[in-house]
Ligand binder design. Structure first.
Ligand SMILES: [Zn+2]
Length: 274
């Protein structure tokens, strides 16, 4: 971000604050030391502020507008930090994007969905787990791993086809997802399930920036075993996994996850769930 761009950025920050109660911690600006002033570029670009704003608009749209969004999520702070290989984190009203990895509209919706869940006291993800007929059991997960029924390398995942822990209960947490999520891996649990379900709902069947990602998550199960999926560039045994993830007729809107999000967003803002 240069000096000139920072003027446009200031307007964008004001709109993010007003429309979504989102505060971006600017890492650019004038730095004064020893009496001389130098411009600090920071890591944010104007395009990223636009992407953040536009993605939040898509999110707010499914809730019926910005006011509902603000009620559902509360105040949110956004910053960039070194967070390793993943694209984002969300915790205690704060969303962190990676300084090195690009964040996408999908990442924005996913991370803000975590904040929504957090603001409900993690009630939304618990309700999703129940609604879809899933449960979490480390014990049964251990049994499945011990009996060598897991798609793992023994008890842990390996970065190769058929060993990423995608089957129910074969993840780190022992999360036995119900119905058909759009995907799963070693890090999957009900909280991640909820965030992915929200992002899927935003992109599925709609002409927006999340559409391609949402549809690619489903169409990969039409591939043969050992094929590299063209969107995510991952090689896996897609045909084997289709029975866990590929919805009836390839239509994600027929899944319980889609219906759950549909029900949650069509109600009034969730202030307190009993
Ligand atoms: Zn997540």
């Amino acid at each position: 971000m240069n000096r000139f761009e920072s003027q446009l950025a200031a307007e964008k920050l004001a709109r993010l604050s007003m429309d979504f109660q989102v505060t971006v911690l600017a890492d650019w600006g004038e730095e004064i030391s020893m009496g001389t002033s130098t411009w600090k570029e920071g890591t944010w670009s104007l395009a990223e502020l636009d992407r953040l704003y536009d993605s939040l608009s898509l999110f707010a749209n499914i809730m019926g507008g910005n006011e509902n969004f603000k009620t559902n999520l509360g105040r949110v702070t956004v910053k960039k930090a070194g967070i390793g290989s993943h694209g984002g984190e969300a915790w205690r009203g704060e969303v962190t994007f990676s300084v090195t990895n690009l964040f996408t509209p999908w990442t924005v919706v996913h991370e803000f969905a975590h904040i929504w869940d957090e603001n409900s006291g993690w009630n939304l993800s618990r309700r999703l787990e129940r609604y879809t007929g899933g449960f979490t059991s480390r014990f049964l997960s251990s049994v499945k791993k011990y009996l060598r029924l897991a798609d793992l390398n023994g008890f842990v995942k390996a970065d190769e086809p058929g060993k990423r822990g995608r089957k129910p209960g074969c993840n780190k947490r022992g999360y036995f997802y119900g119905d058909k999520p759009s995907g799963s891996d070693w890090n999957f649990n009900r909280v991640e399930d909820f965030a992915e379900s929200v992002a899927m709902y935003v992109g599925w069947g709609k002409d927006n920036a999340l559409h391609d990602h949402a549809h690619a998550r489903i169409s990969r199960y039409e591939l043969a075993n050992g094929e590299i999926d063209p969107f995510f560039r991952t090689k896996d045994n897609w045909a084997d996994y289709a029975k866990y993830f590929y919805p009836a007729g390839g239509d994600y809107a027929k899944t319980r996850r889609w219906r759950f999000v549909e029900e949650v967003v069509s109600k009034k803002p969730i202030l307190q769930l009993g």
